[in-house]
Write a protein that binds this ligand. Structure first.
Ligand SMILES: [Zn+2]
Ligand SMILES: [Zn+2]
Length: 345
């Protein structure tokens, strides 16, 4: 089968691999009908994900149809249309039992698919712990509507939940890339007093302004003065840092009002400085990623009832055979791209 593969640092290629088979009783094999490219895939390509193993099939955002299941799988069966979770988790260890599935103690726990084990930019994918890793898509929800449930929407849903957003809050989101927009959609569900989105890219700002006119947009140069003016208490009550750029961590705490919650969703490619002397007395609470992606069923029901819709993010669609061109478009942000969908064969 065709598999888009991490060949060596800096190099991905579409190669032929054997179709995956069930290896454990809790595995499922899924025929991938739609997948997507995530910024994390680009991080693997550029060597900033040390855990990624050369030779691995990349891709961790996908939906598909269950092809076969192991003897111990009980929640899905062949023929079911499913969303695949970015995270692998056993469901029984201490961390899984407490909902901290990102820290599952299984050797493959956390982000394994498309990083440490073969992922979904391929015709088929093997999903370990299928009872945890697969969620049945309701009949009235399309593949395109469900595409981001297991990764971007799981992230946005988790990040806004741990940020304890209330109705009186001014919420600042740093970054309006695909994860930023999915986080924005989940923040809108909390109906805070005001949401401000900071994004340097004018194309992305324009996308937010057009799709979500109730949101205020600003730039990194102006965000500090904007939150001081717009926030009721001299800054944002909640800050979600999704950008992961060179200055965004500093902006995150500077834009927060005293006693605010600052949630770090971004995956940085280098250490960040926490200047405790400068922030002394601000009494901030920091929360950090990665995503505990175990609320996919709830996210799918929000899509089913029309409360969440990420289809405007899919600006381009390619067949798997043209995934090289899709990467080129996505990586260099050509032609107004937000997200690409890759159709299975
Ligand atoms: Zn991702
Ligand atoms: Zn576990």
């Amino acid at each position: 089968m065709l598999s888009y593969t991490y060949l060596s640092p800096g190099k991905f290629g579409l190669i032929q691999k054997p179709k995956p088979v069930l290896r454990h009783d809790r595995d499922a094999i899924v025929r991938v009908t739609l997948s997507s490219i995530c910024t994390s895939d680009l991080h693997i390509k550029h060597g900033t994900v040390p855990r990624a193993i050369p030779g691995v099939t990349v891709g961790h955002e996908m939906v598909g149809i269950v092809e076969s299941v192991g003897a111990e799988v009980s929640t899905v069966k062949p023929g079911d249309r499913v969303s695949v979770n970015v995270e692998t988790f056993c469901g029984t260890c201490f961390f899984c039992q407490h909902g901290y599935v990102n820290n599952c103690t299984d050797p493959n726990g956390g982000w394994a698919l498309g990083c440490r084990i073969d992922g979904g930019q391929a015709e088929y994918v093997r999903v370990p712990y299928a009872d945890q890793g697969l969620t049945i898509i309701p009949d009235t929800v399309t593949d395109r509507q469900a595409l981001f449930v297991g990764d971007l929407l799981a992230t946005g849903f988790w990040a806004t939940r741990i940020s304890e957003i209330g109705p009186e809050d001014t919420v600042l989101l740093l970054g309006a890339g695909p994860t930023g927009i999915c986080t924005l959609l989940c923040a809108l569900l909390k109906e805070p007093r005001k949401i401000i989105v900071c994004e340097p890219d004018p194309m992305r700002r324009a996308f937010v302004q057009t799709q979500y006119p109730q949101v205020l947009t600003t730039t990194p140069e102006e965000v500090v003065s904007v939150v001081r003016k717009e926030g009721a208490h001299g800054g944002a009550d909640v800050v979600l840092e999704i950008a992961g750029s060179s200055d965004s961590f500093q902006l995150a705490w500077q834009c927060a009002r005293p006693n605010a919650i600052v949630t770090i969703v971004a995956m940085y490619d280098r250490p960040q400085i926490l200047p405790l002397p400068e922030m002394y007395g601000k009494n901030l609470t920091f929360k950090t990623g990665g995503v505990d992606g175990c609320h996919c069923k709830e996210v799918l029901s929000l899509i089913q009832t029309g409360q969440l819709d990420t289809t405007p993010l899919i600006t381009h669609t390619f067949p798997l055979t043209e995934i090289e061109a899709a990467y080129d478009l996505f990586e260099y942000r050509r032609d107004g791209v937000i997200k690409v969908a890759i159709q299975g064969t």
